[in-house]
Ligand binder design. Sequence first.
Ligand code: NAD
Length: 475
Amino acid sequence: MHDIVSLSAAGRLQDVFAVQRRAWAEQGALSVRRRDEALEALAVALVRRADELARAVAQDFGHRSIHETKLADLYPVIAGLRHARKHFRRWMKPQRRPIRMMFQPASGRIRYQPLGIVGIISPWNYPVQLALSPLAGALAAGNRIMIKPSELTPCTSALLEQVIGEVFDESEAAVVQGGADVAQAFARLPFDHLFFTGSTAVGKEVMKAAAENLVPVTLELGGKSPAILAPDYPLGKAAERIAVGKLFNAGQTCIAPDYVLVPRRHEAAFVSAFRDAAARLYPSLAANPDYTAIVSERHAERLRRLVADARARGAAVHEINPAGESLDPAGRRIAPAVLTGVPSDALAMQEEIFGPVLPVIAYDRVEEAIRFVRDRPHPLALYVFSHDGEFVSRVLEQTSSGGVAVNETLLHCVQEELPFGGVGPSGMGAYHGEAGFRTFSHARSVFHQARINGAGMTRPPYGGRMERLLSFLLR
Ligand code: NAD
């Protein structure tokens, strides 16, 4: 049965790709009018289906806050589609570029052209946003699009397929569902661009598969995003903002603060401020509609193992369960926990946490905190809390990360004018707003020779005139 299902999914993959290839060959890019229409039609469909989508995501997670789905999965996509609709004509405009004097009066321009057929592979943690935000840029640029959403969120993926099917003809955009086997076959298709969001390990596989066809990739990966707290910053405020970033979606956010570096003398006070903040945000856990469950038993078990491993290696585990409830493991809600005294070789400091567990690392001097971040792979996000401009500049100058928020968590990700992406092991390439349009466009250089020009000066037979020109150029 499984083989039959896989075979038919693989067959559909090939069929949709062939339909889009043919449409690209026969009709080329989506017209400006069609882009405009489809960007709005999709936004309207998402507004109309917001409740249904939020329910589907909740069903996939076991429990996911309806408000968080609307805020983080739907709003950024709808805002992104409308932003693209408003601006894509300007983004499309050819840009005039200056030409060196010796080649004048020729002119130079860059024209932005769609790449063709774009593949999007998305993960489960924000199953709507991470499938459709890349689509906004790809569509605004005029491409045809295939999406392979995560198999861990089957209800949402099925609904996404319906919504996309209502707004688009299959030759324009389509969703193909399936498990890891379909994902692998998807990554092997000869797309014109492949956009992947997911783990670093799978990102490597995707890049390998794409390399076979020389398909360019954008990789939006994960990693351990640090928060650095300076001695001058109000502890309570920092703890609250870090708690919001850490506990939103129960920590299953690629840019959640993974661990926090705190001045040693403030360590105990930070733990208690974080406990207070978490308790204010989530006074109870077991039946609190705002507190999201862990997506699968495998991930819940991974988090329990991570905490047990830290404890076994001598870390202190400060569990936060304000109402003192017993949490049924079947519900997959995991109590937030702060870890102190975590050694670097503990799992919690080796792998991306992706859950409501926060290691606190004490530092004595700012150089130590910076060194801690520099010694590790470039993260996707970095958070710094300080009102001291010099402290902030020092951290920004001496570290690297995909993006940064100063005195805040998460919010850099929902700014259309700020490109979003990783660096090194946290990813390559960027999107959102204009950056998405550029990612999915080819910047084609056009040199336009003038009717009367001096190009003859540089042609053979070379002689004295060329000698004089060269001695001028090489002076
Ligand atoms: P994942 O890498 O396991 O899966 C992501 C997608 O890849 C799924 O659709 C899956 O079907 C597909 N896939 C699996 N094996 C594949 C293969 N061999 N070839 C091609 N595709 C394959 O990631 P996940 O568990 O769904 O998501 C969590 C990870 O994603 C975390 O590491 C997180 O940090 C990262 N993430 C990054 C961002 C970002 O914007 N940078 C956003 C969200 C999540």
